[in-house]
Design a protein around this ligand. Structure first.
Ligand code: UDP
Length: 253
């Protein structure tokens, strides 16, 4: 576990960490040994965890849950569960890749469409010279596909495993196999390989700064509208928890 303060957003566990603190905590994980799991919590995670006990449990037991996105910070203010800084998953992954290049930590990229992990790895190696890529594989989150993936990972012996199967599958996958894999740090990263490989552009900085990354994603990937309904539902749930009768939003934390 990390020493960062724990907040509860609609009952779901999130650490109040800055990017710098998250990096320091991860360095500690590598120094202390063990097999850790990092999750990047956004409003979709919170809404999903409220209906899915298995996913809720993964977030309860993860070693670090970073607040990924402006929605969580807003909710934290409303629910008096203060979160100081957003730590976007893709940015944390890049920062960890930069550290890995300096320290000689081995990195494995698992997930995304065929060839994307490879391209993301090449981009990271160009950005962070010396970065050791222990392997890349598109793989699949289906249980019947796990044995050859586990075999590859055992052979590659990475220090960091980034898994891009989308939430919650990637996080459930890590929690399921980490006890046998025992990789020092494993993290679910959603669409991060797509961003890094340039398959999907990220919102321009100004849009991210005013908290409109979600709008950009909706315009670029309109087929996501259904799952993005989690956002207005999250807003309503937060407001109900704060201002409704018998609100439980701050959780029992
Ligand atoms: N993905 C995958 N296998 C699957 C389902 C999804 O590798 O069975 C990948 C997909 O190609 C994408 C990532 O998982 O790179 C999920 O991206 P998304 O933007 O949906 O992530 P999220 O919104 O969950 O962060």
């Amino acid at each position: 576990m990390s020493e960062a303060p724990i907040r509860r957003i609609l009952g779901v566990r999130v650490h109040d960490v800055t990017m710098e603190e998250a990096l320091r905590i991860v360095e500690g994980f590598l120094a202390k040994g063990g097999a850790r799991q990092i999750c990047t919590v956004n409003p979709e995670f919170v809404m999903h965890a409220r209906r899915d006990p298995a996913f809720f449990r993964v977030l309860e037991e993860a070693d670090l849950n970073v607040p990924d996105g402006v929605g969580l910070l807003w909710a934290g203010r409303i629910l008096r569960q203060p979160l100081r800084e957003r730590v976007p998953g893709v940015e944390l992954m890049e920062a960890l890749a930069a550290r890995a290049a300096e320290r000689g930590w081995r990195v494995f990229l698992l997930g995304a469409a065929e060839g994307v992990a490879d391209r993301a790895a090449a981009v990271l190696q160009a950005r962070y010279p010396g970065l050791i890529i222990a392997g890349t594989f598109a793989g699949s989150p289906r249980p019947e596909d796990a044995p050859p993936i586990l075999e590859r990972l055992r052979e590659a012996r990475p220090d960091f495993l980034f898994v891009a199967y989308g939430a919650p599958r990637q996080d459930l996958w890590i929690a399921r196999y980490q006890p046998e894999l025992r990789i020092p740090v494993a993290m679910g990263v959603g669409g991060a390989f797509d961003f890094i490989a340039g398959v999907v552009p990220r919102a321009p900085r100004w849009m991210r700064e005013i908290g409109l990354e979600w709008l950009y994603r909706l315009i670029r990937q309109p087929w996501r509208w259904r799952r993005m309904l989690a956002l207005p539902r999250f807003v309503l749930a937060v407001l109900a928890a704060r201002y409704g009768s018998g609100g439980t939003g701050a959780g029992a934390g």
